[in-house]
Design a protein around this ligand. Structure first.
Ligand SMILES: Nc1ncnc2c1ncn2[C@@H]1O[C@H](COP(=O)(O)OP(=O)(O)OP(=O)(O)O)[C@@H](O)[C@H]1O
Ligand SMILES: Nc1ncnc2c1ncn2[C@@H]1O[C@H](COP(=O)(O)OP(=O)(O)OP(=O)(O)O)[C@@H](O)[C@H]1O
Ligand SMILES: [Mg+2]
Ligand SMILES: [Mg+2]
Lengths: 227, 227
């Protein structure tokens, strides 16, 4: 359902060109659980932003469910981002002036369900990440790990068919990390696709396939032999 | 040189009171290397903000180098924050409109040295964290781990006698994490005090003493037996 063909992404800073992704080709099918690893600056978040339709490549083709993303209208893209994809960002990207509850309710706004139903679903999601007692807090009234969990709850509330999680456990203790990975595994079991960027080998071992990046390219792409 | 006596910090959110720190007492002497661990929300960053003179306690006394911090003037506090303490924040807190180089130069502004000297020292610091080729990038033109390294370089440029590092390796691959911990160990060896908040046991094992927090209190405080 995800196909990259020769995807490149270059950034221009002053006179220099940063080649963040260099002709990356990749196929991810339905219901895969993929971990992406690699050194700092190797292009992981850049790849995730393109996968999540938040950034466009400099060159190459991205087919999502057999549709060429570059040919989609703005409405189609917005639809895909809101309904199909759940994104846990490396820097959380929560709305600073909204509470945890309001942040988690946000993706449901165009789903046509009532406000009270949106609220009870968001409360249930926050309960799954043990934040029932922090629902009325704004992001600056939360700890780093609590913000990360709100970002996770928000990404998962729409039951997206593709979850993109960029370092979802970087600020979490081992117990909470295991709980977040458990949530992702449950989503995988009911048929969805999970792509996790992580620096931690034991987080990567939850996945069935491990892709390692280096300098904007895929250096290796292998099954997880321990599963 | 650091003494907490019955330090409490309460936050008010609507009608509720969050007891982030509850009567914490603690002594840290010169040239210690301390790791602080504990679950998400247990009060670690709150404690670090008080240690760094960025937040004031609700109750209790904080003596820094035998001086009662609550009795210091604003000028004395600013002096301490700028000259004595280097802070690597959990969320980096870089200036978005300044380049990596400008961010790292910032703490030297009141040190009385020339701009060209400040610039060459900042360049050297960025070289120590392998970011010589990213000096002109702004924070949003950097990867997560690169921002974390800029935050580290900025915290260390003044050779502060106390380094407070709140999850300094959360976004870093193992190789870069080891390099950052190496920098902190060097600073420790030349006589300074290092306090690191971390969720990762192998990062904590670089320290000589491990304090574990739980629900706003210190649950345990022990020597690192592996050293
Ligand atoms: N400004 C604030 N207003 C209200 N509550 C706050 C505020 N800052 C922190 N808290 C609460 O105080 C508690 C401690 O927060 P703190 O940031 O110190 O935790 P932490 O140990 O650093 O957690 P983490 O490992 O997730 O970073 C948390 O439960 C948090 O919700
Ligand atoms: N907007 C931008 N402008 C210029 N350069 C950028 C931009 N975004 C990223 N880069 C550069 O592209 C490269 C890849 O960045 P990316 O964020 O994808 O790395 P990453 O693998 O996610 O790293 P990390 O593990 O540190 O999060 C980095 O060298 C970074 O400096
Ligand atoms: Mg990244
Ligand atoms: Mg914290």
């Amino acid at each position: 359902i995800i196909q990259f063909e020769g995807i490149s992404r270059f950034f221009h800073v002053g006179n220099e060109v940063v080649k963040a992704l260099r002709e990356v080709s990749l196929t991810i099918t339905d219901n895969e659980f993929v971990a992406i690893m690699g050194p700092s600056g190797s292009g992981k978040s850049t790849m995730m932003n393109i996968l999540g339709c938040l950034d466009t490549p400099t060159a190459g083709k991205y087919y999502l469910n057999n549709q060429d993303v570059s040919q989609m209208s703005d409405n189609e893209l917005a639809e895909v981002r809101n309904r199909e994809i759940g994104f846990i960002f490396q820097t959380f990207n929560l709305l600073q002036r909204s509470t945890a509850l309001e942040n988690v309710m946000l993706p449901l706004i165009y789903s046509g369900i009532s406000k009270s139903e949106r609220q009870s679903r968001a409360e249930a999601k926050l309960d799954e990440v043990q934040l029932s007692d922090r629902m009325k807090h704004k992001p600056n009234e939360l700890s780093g790990g609590q913000r990360q969990r709100v970002a996770a709850a928000r990404a998962l509330i729409n039951n997206p068919s593709i979850v993109l999680a960029d370092e979802p456990t970087g600020n979490l203790d081992s117990k909470t990390s295991i709980e977040i990975m458990g949530l992702l595994e449950n989503i995988h079991k009911i048929g969805n696709t999970i792509i996790v960027v992580t620096h931690e080998e034991d987080i990567a071992l939850h996945a069935h396939r491990i892709i390692r990046m280096l300098d904007g390219r895929i250096a290796s792409d292998e099954k997880n032999k321990t599963i």
